[in-house]
Design a protein around this ligand. Structure first.
Ligand code: ADP
Length: 296
């Protein structure tokens, strides 16, 4: 049996005491550090959601509760076409439930695993949507702080939906600098490693890493250990293989991956970058999850 005690105990019908909505538990979608995700169908409307279910046994230490509270507070304040919609939050004796917009096509991580490199038109299509969502976040003084392929979800229309606000934070004001980050972001910026104080620029750094990974097929600072990766990040030691991507995408990556956060462009500036003037498909078929489209 491949079921843990927690999974075994998750009820088959979940009731939201606030709205009295009843959800039937369906397909298992995946698990993260804290949560297990299932398809949940509202039995009255037939609407299907993604239910993030966190056992309370995972929320014993004060900082774990805090992280969860932070995630919920930030995520429930957001409404954007390219951000996973937050619908409800409630709990019972054993679990905390978060009802989210369902993203059936998994994430850019699975797409990258199948495809390795992605074409420039597709990259422009995805990155434009990510930048759009980040513009909205930064305008609301929110930094995601963990933009990575696995948090860039896809729905059936192959639209990007940014999710997992577990490391997100809200800035008090424009000159605020964050000193701490409780967790290990995947595409961590040098100023976070060096504990120098950080801001919106960390999302720009991560975006540069996403761009690099999609176009070149592997992360820019990849090594076999976290220690070596951090050392490479501190030294800004990455290479773009010659003649494999366009000069426009190469320049945008270099702008985003500057060691000095002050030198990096803002999301607004990135949205106006010449990289986005190249051909961008209006939609993508779901077949791109496994095979490259042909643009002739
Ligand atoms: P954690 O915060 O514990 O890391 P995640 O938010 O990463 O949890 O979710 C765990 C997994 O559940 C994800 O890797 C993904 O497979 C799945 N998942 C999360 N959110 C959704 C969603 N909105 N739609 C579909 N699947 C999701």
């Amino acid at each position: 049996m491949n079921t843990t005690k927690e999974e075994f105990n998750i009820p088959n019908v979940i009731i939201d005491p606030k709205t009295r909505a009843q959800y039937a538990k369906g397909k298992f979608l995946g698990k993260g550090g804290f949560a297990r995700c299932y398809e949940l169908t509202d039995v009255n409307t037939g609407q299907i959601y993604a239910g993030k279910i966190v056992p309370k046994t995972m929320l014993v230490k004060p900082h774990q509760k805090e992280k969860m509270q932070q995630e919920v507070t930030i995520h429930q304040s957001l409404t954007h076409k390219h951000i996973v919609q937050f619908f409800s939050y409630f709990e019972d004796e054993n679990y905390v439930y978060i009802i989210l917009e369902l993203c059936r096509r998994r994430s850019l991580m699975e797409l990258h695993r199948r495809r390795k490199t992605v074409t420039e038109p597709e990259t422009r299509y995805f990155v434009k949507q990510i930048v759009d969502a980040c513009l909205y976040l930064h305008e609301k003084r929110i930094i995601h702080r963990d933009l990575k392929l696995g948090n860039l979800f896809l729905n059936d229309q192959m639209e990007i939906k940014i999710g997992d606000f577990g490391l997100a934070t809200r800035m008090e004001n424009d000159s605020d600098r964050k000193r701490t980050l409780c967790g290990t972001p995947n595409y961590i910026a040098p100023e976070v490693i060096n504990k120098k104080g950080h801001g919106y620029e960390v999302d720009v750094w991560s975006l540069g890493c996403v761009l690099y990974t999609l176009l070149i097929g592997k992360p820019p600072f990849e090594t076999t250990t976290l220690k070596d990766t951090y050392s490479k990040i501190r030294k800004n030691d990455y290479e773009i293989p010659p003649n494999c991507i366009s000069p426009e995408s190469c320049l945008l990556i270099q702008r985003c991956l500057q060691h000095d956060p002050q030198e990096r462009p803002s999301m607004r500036k990135i949205s106006q970058d010449i990289f986005f003037s190249g051909f961008t498909p209006a939609t993508l078929p779901t077949s791109v999850c496994t095979i490259a489209p042909r643009y002739s």
